[in-house]
Design a protein around this ligand. Structure first.
Ligand code: AGP
Length: 615
């Protein structure tokens, strides 16, 4: 989603901004731009598509001396919301070539503001909501306000979620910033200031970071930073020392981040496990903090893959701890007036810690009086900072837009929450707890074995790469995985894919089956496999191409399958308890190889953003 970077007080500011934008590429974007002020002139360069187009333009303009050296610059990667992907709609957006704005979020009342500004003679060149911002600044500066005063008047006018930076030729050594629900970090340097959508985007410039709080605005000067809260009260926000992650964010010899992230699960999952299991069977989760002083229901909210992890979590927590769980899409929760009867605790799940839907659900849960907890990967993210209690997946940066290692690590924590709650409410005996912790410790080598299915998966990928539509089926713990498998495939290969609970097929989706439609089932011998095989048989009788990803026993029971991917032999309890963790490996590999076969952009698929910071 949109990324914002700004530099104040450093030579070659534009170049440094571009370096920051490169680090935000993983978030997903479709155009980019930079602006700077030099010798009293506002210079703007924008381009559609990837950053390389922008850097080429910048390079040419610098060579031809059309673009001047500068020590103040703002930059942006845009993920289109209002207005199509075009040069005009790319940021920075300007007014009278004197003000430049970069913005992440949505100005919800832009239409009315645009009408007023148009009647005052302001000329709109783009179809964006953002363009009201530079014109509003212009209007207030023309009335004699300085940048800070103008910014405050703008904030009074606008509604919505945003993080924006304003730069003006009239105040060439200042930047105005504000945030409301969209992420923003300020970096402190020696005689310099920096701004980024996340701390990583500016960690090549400084490791001293301040996160603005919602409703804050700030005026940055080379040697000064004034932060104000929503009531204009001067405030000081905590300075956090971060560690540069530059070394970690490489493809490590793989061609794609997603591929690397799939294969490193053997190494990173133990990082998750080891922070929650001590002395072999002690689960280190503070259930008092979590809001579980007594046995009550739990509400889980999340989006996309994290939501599917939550669905698996529900199955585990209900089975293992006998605690009722409601799982809700974060984007639905806050608008449906949920009942909190019997609940004291909310768990949100988010890799980025910045998904606005999830953040809003969390804030709503807080308002309702729930204790709030998060399973989160990015420490210091907005969700991490706002919840009462965070459980970190600690799998390192995930750059591929498709979630892989974050999903499996979320599952690890959910399983341990289930076991921990089972212990707390006496639903498990000591030997059962020990056993379940042992299962977790067997996970890395099991994941390594599952990765060995890659060659079988490649054959399936070749076979289905031209399909128009693919159906995924699963039952029980593998039902959420069918949904996840379908999401993964559609997001990076652009093939239409749907996941269903195997038993639901006959209630409608079976109408979709026609000759050669691939039906992919995840199956494990868990006592219910015969039912699923019957469901598969029903699809087979109607001409579907049957692809079974299963253990040997299940495969033997379905000789009619056209393709099979045989998973290694694991101990029964391990296999049936942790099937979603195991099966997520072939699901990820399949999506990856189909995308590769089709030549799509695996790491930055079209239209998608890694961090979804609009509602
Ligand atoms: C998964 O592959 C997706 N790219 C997406 O569904 C993602 O899981 C969702 O946007 C939630 O993100 P979060 O975990 O960072 O909150």
């Amino acid at each position: 989603m949109c990324g914002v970077v700004a530099v104040l007080g450093k030579e070659n500011a534009s170049q440094l901004v571009v370096e920051g934008l490169k680090k935000l590429e993983y978030r997903g974007y479709d155009s980019a731009g930079i602006a700077s002020v030099s010798q009293g002139l506002l210079q703007t360069i924008k381009s559609e598509g990837k950053l390389v187009n922008l850097t080429q333009k910048l390079h040419r303009s610098t060579k031809e001396k059309l673009y001047l050296n500068n020590s103040i610059a703002v930059g942006h990667t845009r993920w289109a919301t209002h207005g199509n992907i075009s040069f005009e709609n790319a940021h920075p957006l300007t007014s009278e070539n004197k003000i430049a704005i970069v913005h992440n979020g949505i100005i919800e009342n832009f239409e009315i503001l645009k009408k007023d500004l148009t009647s005052l003679g302001y000329n709109f060149k783009s179809k964006t909501d953002t363009e009201v911002l530079p014109h509003l600044f212009m209007k207030y500066i023309k009335l004699g306000n300085d940048l800070l005063e103008a910014g405050r008047l703008v904030l009074k006018d606008i509604k919505g979620a945003f993080a924006f930076v304003a730069m003006s030729v009239d105040f060439p050594n200042q930047l105005f910033v504000s945030r409301n629900s969209s992420p923003l970090a300020i970096g402190l340097g020696d005689n310099a200031k920096f701004i980024g959508s996340d701390a990583h985007s500016i960690d090549h410039l400084t490791q001293r970071i301040i996160y603005l709080e919602d409703g804050d605005h700030a005026l940055l000067k080379i040697n000064n930073l004034d932060i104000f809260d929503k009531d204009y009260k001067k405030v000081s926000r905590k300075i956090i020392n971060i560690h540069a992650e530059i070394g970690l964010i490489t493809k490590g010899g793989y061609n794609h981040f997603m591929e690397k992230e799939i294969f490193e699960q053997t190494v990173v999952l133990p990082q998750t496990t080891s922070s929650f299991i001590k002395n072999k069977s002690e689960i280190v989760i503070d259930f008092d903090k979590f809001g579980f002083k007594k046995k009550q229901s739990l509400i889980i909210c999340a989006a996309g893959t994290s939501y599917y992890a939550g669905m698996v979590g529900k199955y585990w927590i209900e089975q293992i701890a006998d605690i009722p769980v409601i799982v809700d899409l974060a984007s639905e929760y806050r608008y449906r007036k949920p009942s909190i009867f019997g609940q004291s605790s909310m768990l949100v799940i988010s890799q980025s810690g910045e998904s606005l839907d999830t953040l809003m659900a969390l804030r709503y849960g807080k308002e309702l009086g729930l204790k709030t907890n998060a399973i989160v990967n990015v420490e210091g993210s907005t969700i991490d900072r706002e919840v009462d209690y965070s459980l970190y997946t600690r799998v390192g940066p995930e750059i591929g837009v498709a979630s892989t290692k974050s999903f499996t690590s979320q599952l690890v924590i959910l399983f341990l929450i289930a076991v921990g709650l089972g212990k707390r409410f006496n639903n498990l005996k000591t030997f059962q707890i020990k056993k379940k912790c042992q299962l977790m410790n067997m996970l890395p080598s099991a994941v390594a074995n599952m990765l060995e299915t890659e060659n079988q998966i490649k054959l399936v990928a070749k076979n289905i790469k031209n399909s128009k539509s693919v159906i995924f089926l699963g039952r029980g713990l593998l039902y959420p995985l069918a949904l996840e498998g379908a999401l993964k495939l559609k997001e990076i290969s652009y093939i239409h894919a749907e996941g269903f609970a195997a038993g639901e097929m006959k209630h409608g989706p079976i109408a979709l089956i026609e000759e050669n439609v691939p039906v992919i089932m995840f199956l494990i011998s868990d006592g219910n496999e015969n039912k699923s095989i019957s469901n598969l048989q029903e699809a087979h009788s109607r001409g579907a191409k049957i692809i079974l990803i299963a253990d040997k026993k299940c495969i033997d029971k379905a000789p009619f399958a056209h393709f099979t991917v045989e998973i290694p032999d694991f101990e029964n309890e391990f296999q049936s308890s942790l099937s979603p963790l195991l099966m997520s490996i072939p699901a990820q590999l399949l999506a990856f190889h189909v995308a590769k076969e089709r030549g799509t952009d695996v790491d930055q698929p079209r239209n998608l953003a890694k961090s979804v910071t609009v509602e």
